[in-house]
Ligand binder design. Structure first.
Ligand SMILES: Nc1nc2c(ncn2[C@@H]2O[C@H](COP(=O)(O)OP(=O)(O)OP(=O)(O)O)[C@@H](O)[C@H]2O)c(=O)[nH]1
Length: 743
């Protein structure tokens, strides 16, 4: 029978085998229980088939229930028939058994976990409420209703009580074992000590039970002792198995007449013989469940301790358990390796002996806070002393373990080697300081220099501007930062010339000639215009990737002004502001070029003042100077802007009338001489008059050079002088020969 039950509990895949085993087992159990019926009354005092059906239904899916019920029905019917019951008489009771088992399993499935239905005391109480109290009471009520019409009230009460006790004893004995038994449990025991322990306990328990039943008064009061001993000694499933065996043994002994269980209290009907069995099974089962809960907790604690021990032992960082007095209770390998001590050395060492004295009091207050429960843990960097005298930097993480009364038990110290990190930290600190110094120096340098310096990122957005750059562009650095450099730096070629869009054309590496006369103008934002020189350098990473540019803008306004002044001085007569001889000769070359290129004809005139020396002599040199200035202004006023008037020296002037026909040129010079002749010069309230003689020649021939044309004009002027002054003479070819006068 046991074998058949086992195969049932193991939830075999082969349903036919299960059905056969279930039908057979239920039949046998029913027969045994019914055999017992005949000894007492018309109801069995112990009824095991329903308990067996409950365990099987619990383990199988709902869709298997119908065949299972059929197999159980066949087994029960066969047993009833063998026991001699009329065919139709027992079916209502079989149906009642099925209702009880079905409702019971539905509720158990709802309330208990499928994996381990009796996993704790709470689940066990739920099981009692459903399977031992509610379901048997229900089926008792139904079975009583079935016979209500043909029995007296006393008989009905007795029937109800007997039915309930028989079902409850059956469920209490068998269903618990069936619910928690797992396939392969007996195979696991094999021939181990556990198996012999089980068998010994089984034999001793059953033997003591038998002896008590046979010879002792109140036998159940004694039987509870071996059952409790079993519950304390064996795992839950084995204890339940022995409880089942005890029930079966008592049932068999009673049914075979080997013993005679008697009730010593008259109010109990004879059919309630096994009420005491419930009363001893309940505490025994409770004990088994309590012991199971204890074992589970112990196993959990053991596993937890083992996990902690392993984690500590094989941890990559140093770990230790330290007593509140500073004694090392336990250390791991990593800590030994870190400090160079053997584990045994720590027995004689205190924490104070291996911590750098300078760091000893470092965490005193944190330690106190930890002990006072103000913090749960803390971390601190400390130096530890190695066995070889070296110091090693470590990160210490401390936490405290307390007992149930919150008294400190021991500290858990985790000590991580951070020497490498510290070295890197020190190097980084030095590097950072050096970098800061360098940056500071650069910043001061950039602030101190006279050039505007602007740097950008790779997208040409401004990242830095020095004060000079701020002053020249008219933008403060914070406002300019992040803006495109082209939106801040406006540079044009010449004051009104085209704007420079591509600043990279000023890149230093291109070796462009930079000269002050390259008239680049920076247009500031409300700060005016600056003559500038621009140099651009690309910034690159070590991998040569561009990361931006540095723009250096030099304000060359002053030097360019100086250049302009020098240039002016070199080409102008400082007294009159007219062009000087050198500049005039350049203009003459241009005139000759225009004649050559565009066939233009020009007029070249020499003008020499008459009696100028007399002004000097009578009114003074300063008066002569002033007269020269006023006459220059007068002459300049008579000619076009495109014409060129120059003072060659002393009181001699030269004039080129560009692209001017001969007759018109002659008229202009005559007009000019007349104006000079008519000019009245006032000096110290004295009125002075002066005159001028002029010679004129035409520039038409490209084969004649500038010097020759100058000489021609001079000759003509000389002729005018010699002809009585105040005259204008045209150059004639023969004049040169007649009056050879050097220019
Ligand atoms: N005030 C002044 N006098 C100058 C300057 N340069 C030359 N002279 C004088 O100008 C005079 C020029 O000489 P001349 O051309 O012989 O004098 P002139 O009286 O005009 O003689 P004619 O041309 O023959 O009429 C000299 O007395 C120079 O000293 C100058 O920059 N300022």
């Amino acid at each position: 029978m046991e074998k058949n039950m086992l195969s049932l509990f193991s939830a075999s895949q082969n349903i036919w085998k299960v059905l056969l085993a279930l039908g057979f087992s239920i039949g046998v159990l029913a027969l045994v229980c019914m055999k017992f019926v005949q000894q007492t009354s018309n109801l069995a005092s112990v009824w095991l088939p329903t308990a067996l059906l409950i365990t099987v239904l619990f383990h199988y899916r709902y869709r298997d229930w119908i065949p299972l019920f059929c197999a159980a029905a066949l087994g029960l019917a066969a047993a009833q028939t063998l026991a001699g019951a009329p065919f139709l008489s027992y079916w209502p009771y079989i149906l009642n058994n099925f209702i009880e088992a079905g409702i019971c399993v539905l509720l158990l499935r709802k309330l208990l976990p499928a994996q381990d239905p009796l996993s704790g005391p709470t689940n066990w109480i739920k099981f009692l409420a459903v399977a031992v109290i509610f379901s048997p009471l229900l089926s008792s009520a139904i079975s009583t209703l079935l016979i209500m019409h043909s029995h007296s009230a006393r008989e009905l009460k007795q029937h109800f009580a007997t039915w309930y006790i028989s079902e409850a004893v059956g469920v209490l004995s068998l269903a618990q074992f069936g619910l928690i038994y797992q396939r392969g449990y007996w195979q696991q025991l094999g021939h181990s000590r556990r198996l012999y322990k089980l068998l010994l306990t089984l034999v001793l328990t059953l033997l003591s039970g038998f002896l008590a039943l046979k010879w002792l008064p109140y036998p159940f009061a004694f039987i509870i002792l071996p059952l409790l001993w079993t519950a304390a000694r064996l795992p839950r499933v084995e204890a339940f198995f022995i409880f089942l065996c005890m029930t079966l043994m008592i049932t068999l002994l009673q049914s075979t007449g080997s013993i005679s269980v008697k009730l010593h209290f008259t109010p109990f009907p004879e059919s309630l013989l096994f009420t005491p069995l419930i009363l001893i099974l309940l505490p025994a089962n409770a004990m088994a469940m309590a012991m199971h809960a204890l074992r589970v907790e112990k196993s959990y604690i053991t596993q937890s301790e083992s996990r902690f021990r392993n984690a500590m032992e094989y941890s990559a960082i140093g770990m230790a358990l330290v007593s509140p007095l500073g004694k090392w209770l336990q250390v791991n390998k990593s800590l030994c390796n870190l400090l160079g001590y053997e584990a045994n050395d720590f027995k004689t060492l205190t924490v104070q002996e291996i911590v750098d004295p300078e760091d000893l009091s470092k965490d005193q207050s944190l330690l106190q806070q930890l002990l006072d429960g103000e913090i749960q843990s803390y971390q601190i960097e400390k130096r530890y002393l190695c066995r070889n005298g070296e110091r090693v930097w470590a990160l210490l993480a401390m936490s405290l373990v307390r007992d149930d009364n919150q008294n400190p038990l021991y500290f858990i110290s985790q000590i991580k080697d951070i020497s490498e990190l510290k070295r890197t930290e020190i190097t980084n600190k030095r590097l950072s300081e050096a970098l800061h110094e360098e940056k500071e120096r650069l910043y001061i340098t950039l602030n101190a220099i006279n050039e505007a310096v602007i740097s950008t990122d790779r997208h040409m957005n401004i990242t830095f501007m020095n004060p000079v750059a701020e002053k020249m562009t008219g933008w403060a650095e914070p406002q300019a930062q992040g803006k495109l450099v082209s939106s801040i730096v406006h540079i044009s070629v010449g004051r009104d010339g085209p704007r420079v869009d591509n600043l990279m054309q000023f890149e230093i590496n291109k070796n462009l000639p930079l000269s002050v006369d390259q008239s680049l103008i920076l247009h500031g934002h409300h700060t005016g215009q600056f003559d500038v020189q621009v140099a651009v350098s690309q910034l690159r990473t070590l991998k040569d990737d561009p990361i931006g540019i540095v723009l250096v803008i030099q304000n060359v306004s002053k030097s360019r002004e100086l250049m302009r002044q020098l240039s002016y001085t070199a080409s102008h007569d400082l007294l009159t502001g007219l062009s000087n001889r050198g500049s005039f000769e350049e203009s003459l070359k241009s005139a000759l070029q225009l004649t050559a290129d565009k066939h233009q004809h020009h007029s070249l005139a020499f003008i020499d003042l008459d009696y100028f020396k007399a002004i000097n002599d009578t009114a003074g040199h300063a008066a002569g100077d002033e007269l020269l200035r006023q006459l220059s202004y007068l002459m300049q006023d008579q000619i076009r802007n495109s014409d060129k008037l120059a003072r060659l020296g002393g009181d001699e002037f030269a004039l080129i009338l560009f692209n001017c026909p001969q007759e018109q040129g002659l008229q202009v010079i005559r007009q000019l001489v007349r104006k000079i002749n008519e000019f009245q010069f006032t000096w110290n309230n004295q009125l002075y008059r002066i005159g001028a003689s002029a010679g004129i020649t035409r520039i038409v021939d490209t084969s004649v050079n500038g010097s020759e044309y100058m000489a021609q004009a001079d000759v003509a002027c000389y002729t005018a002088k010699n002809s009585g002054r105040g005259q204008v003479f045209n150059y004639e070819a023969q004049q040169k020969r007649l009056s050879p006068r050097p220019i």
